[in-house]
Design a binder for this molecule. Structure first.
Ligand code: PQQ
Ligand code: CA
Length: 719
């Protein structure tokens, strides 16, 4: 809009003064300028044209089919009518937010053979916008700046220094949303399941020059890295690690793969720090020390990366209990006084309230059932361990709840200032933890947890599977931070549902693992609207206005670690195919999805013979190298090919071409001849044929419902 000469705009222009515009986001409710909409990461939009009284009439306004049928976890941004959505394989699409028409696309050509360098699908959670440029990370570790109008490359840097990888010992991938504060692009990475030493880097948004870097775990020789973290690591962190132990090679972990939050009120950047590498605390650190800053929130200064405070939620991590989950700030009355606090629901199952400026622990209560701690010390917030849960120290198996996927994972929670409730996409997915037999041994190109990967899988018996399935749960937990109690919950069919959006229309929006997109009443959870999106949804919705009209949009696309690793059991959530798209809703939409014609991976009768002498070794190799993507015990969940029905298992040469020689690297299947011998690859093939025979009839039977979805994967298992 044109202003009379000399007039001052009522709000900062989003395209030329993005920092101020984000701080005053409520002056721009039509936009969604940063990952959590505002720097508070509350994912609350004041827009209310769509509200409880009319949401029942919500209609599909447009859809845009994506060119990657894998997990979609992105939060699109909307800046003055343009939507910037990142997708799987680190691609960027700029769409007209009113029509879904593609304005431009950018493909950074991430190489396919790196999919197995990250734990959890080649996802991307989103971009950042700053003064006319959009920024995002790529799975192979680049940070890319594009001109937001044209999609032309402005600059690109490799955020992973060569020496961080220590030869091939460690692995780094980037899938988290980048953030921007005070002209600096902040980016982390993942890799702790393989071997990694976590760090966050800050780049100048204009030039791409590195401003500072903060490592989250010590240098293995306690030497300076010439990084912002040097003093905190050398004076505080190093002494909480054993000077020997596998961390000195594997890196110790602590990857910041999701949450990096700037808080303008405290003028601090909060880093959510991940799990230990390897997971096994005994092998990692000789069973000694708290291992700072694993499982912590660390606060640093935005200009320099200088350490300010930390709070460790999970000392002695051995459960993959990352603290990377979304860090939200809000103002809360505590003992009659208004406090600016961080509220946090990390994987470990406790809901923490911390003073944002100092990190002081104010309170903490479990938001889901958990069995690893007897509670928190109410003064310090330190967990009081259940000795049975310390499996690396006591040498026993541990059936942990939460398991490695946490009571809450990357799916974003939301807060409504109108209800005062935090809405957590909570879940329960147990995990069986047991030490790796014979001490720690690292395998290149595979997860290196220091755990028994055979035990991490489930036996194929009806008892084991039925019991485990009973423990799979998912909810919206409407959490009252004032009382530290759930006000109410919405029960879902299973875990791994999408993030949540709260709006001024007293609504919550959430996509579910079963492929439905829902609107709920934010005051009581009543289900007010649902739409069949034809694929599981794991991403969080956003809302915005374009040409004066309110839209709600979400990326659709089943994937991420839950279906990858749990395989067949993840199908109990109700969907088995991935059809990835962006969908947008409005009150007067009239778009219609084409009828669904894909039924997922249908069983094909396998070869009848296999060599039982090698199938046990094949199981071990499969669980070590293949299961994390193709599913526990060789049962797929509908995203990547289900190997039991693959043509490639029918011939030794064909299988070797794919697994050994990399015939499908362009599609994300790396070659494994550097880590597996030909007879090991053949053992894997024999094992898959065995599993195909064992499960063929049951899969045929399981598809006899109208959607062709195996609702009960135990159907037909004979004890
Ligand atoms: O330790 C790590 O470095 C790391 C990285 C990532 C990632 O980069 O996505 C995940 C995890 N851990 C993790 O523990 C986890 O549960 C997880 C789920 C997902 C996902 O996108 O589905 N990523 C990750
Ligand atoms: Ca992890």
């Amino acid at each position: 809009a044109s202003l009379p000469y000399g007039a001052v705009p009522a709000y900062a222009d989003a395209q030329s003064n993005t920092g101020e515009a984000i701080i005053h986001a409520d002056d721009h409710p039509e936009n969604w300028l940063t990952y959590g909409r505002t720097y508070t990461e509350q994912r609350y939009s004041p827009l209310e044209d769509i509200n409880r009284s009319n949401v029942g009439n919500l209609k599909l306004a447009w859809f845009y089919d994506l060119d990657t049928n894998r997990g979609q976890e992105g939060t699109p941004l909307v800046v003055d009518g343009v939507m910037y959505a990142t997708t799987n394989w680190s691609k960027m699409k700029a769409l007209d937010a009113a029509t879904g028409k593609l304005l431009w696309a950018y493909d950074p050509r991430t190489p396919g053979n790196i999919a197995d360098k990250g734990c959890c699908d080649t996802v991307n959670r989103g971009a950042a916008y700053w003064n006319g440029k959009v920024f995002f990370g790529t799975f192979d570790g680049r940070l890319i700046a594009l001109d937001a109008k044209t999609g032309k490359l402005v600059w690109s840097v490799n955020t992973i220094p060569k020496d961080a990888s220590l030869g091939q010992q460690r692995s780094y991938t980037v899938d988290g949303a980048v953030r921007i504060a005070k002209g600096r692009v902040l980016i982390g990475n993942g890799g702790s399941e393989f071997g990694a030493r976590g760090f966050v880097s800050a780049y100048d948004a204009e030039t791409g020059k590195l401003d500072w870097r903060f490592y989250t775990v010590p240098n293995n020789k306690n030497q300076p890295d010439h990084a912002a973290s040097d003093s905190a690591l050398m004076t505080k962190a190093y002494k909480t690690w054993s000077p020997t132990g596998a961390w000195t090679k594997q890196g110790g972990g602590g990857t910041v793969w999701d949450s990096i939050v700037y808080d303008p009120e405290a003028d601090l950047v909060y880093l959510g720090v991940g799990n230990g590498s390897p997971w096994n605390y005994k092998y990692r650190s000789d069973g000694i020390g708290d291992n700072l800053f694993l499982g912590s929130i660390v606060a640093v200064k935005p200009e320099t990366g200088e350490y300010v405070w930390h709070f460790q939620e999970t000392p002695m991590d051995q459960w993959d209990y990352t603290s990377v989950q979304q860090i939200m700030t809000l103002d809360l009355p505590i003992n009659g006084e208004k406090r600016h606090v961080i509220v946090h629901a990390p994987k470990n199952g406790f809901f923490y309230i911390l003073d944002a400026k100092t990190g002081e622990f104010l309170s903490g209560t479990n938001y889901v059932y958990q069995n690893w701690a007897l509670g928190l010390d109410q003064k310090t917030g330190r967990p009081i361990y259940n000795p049975e849960a310390l499996y690396t120290l006591n040498g026993k198996e541990w059936y942990g709840i939460p398991g490695d996927l946490g009571g809450h994972n990357f799916a974003a929670m939301a807060y409504s200032p109108k209800t005062g409730l935090v809405y957590i996409p909570g879940q329960q997915v147990p995990f069986l933890y047991k030490n790796q037999v014979g001490g720690f041994k690292a395998h290149p190109d595979s997860w290196n947890l220091g755990l028994d990967m055979n035990k991490a899988g489930l036996p194929d018996t009806p008892e084991a599977r039925t019991a485990f399935m009973k423990d799979l749960k998912g909810w919206i937990i409407a959490w009252d931070p004032k009382t530290q109690k759930a006000a109410w919950v919405v029960d879902h069919k299973g875990p791994w549902n999408g993030g949540i959006l709260a709006t001024g229309g007293d609504l919550l929006f959430q996509g579910l693992a079963n492929g439905e997109f829902h609107a709920y009443d934010a005051t009581n959870g009543a289900d007010l609207f649902h739409f069949d999106a034809q694929s599981g949804i794991i991403a969080p919705p956003i809302t915005y206005k374009a040409q004066g009209k309110q839209y709600v949009a979400v990326e659709v696309g089943w994937g991420g670690i839950y279906p990858f690793f749990l395989g067949g059991l993840a199908r109990t959530s109700g969907w088995t195919v991935n059809h990835s798209r962006v969908v947008a809703f409005s009150l007067d939409g009239n778009a219609v999805l084409p009828p669904q014609n894909d039924k997922g991976f249908l069983p094909v009768k396998p070869p009848a013979q296999y060599d039982t002498k090698v199938t046990d070794n094949g199981y071990f190799q499969f669980q070590t190298y293949c299961a994390a993507c193709h599913g526990d015990n060789a049962e797929g969940a509908g995203v990547l090919p289900d190997l039991r029905w693959s043509g490639a298992i029918r011939h030794q040469d064909a299988f070797y071409n794919v697994v050994g020689r990399g015939a499908l690297t362009a599609y994300g299947m790396d070659r494994f001849d550097t880590s597996l011998k030909p007879d090991e690859i053949e053992a894997i093939r024999q094992f898959i044929i065995k599993r195909a025979n064992e499960t063929y009839q049951r899969e045929v039977d399981a598809r006899k419902n109208d959607k062709g979805i195996p609702e009960n994967p135990t159907l037909g298992i004979t004890p």
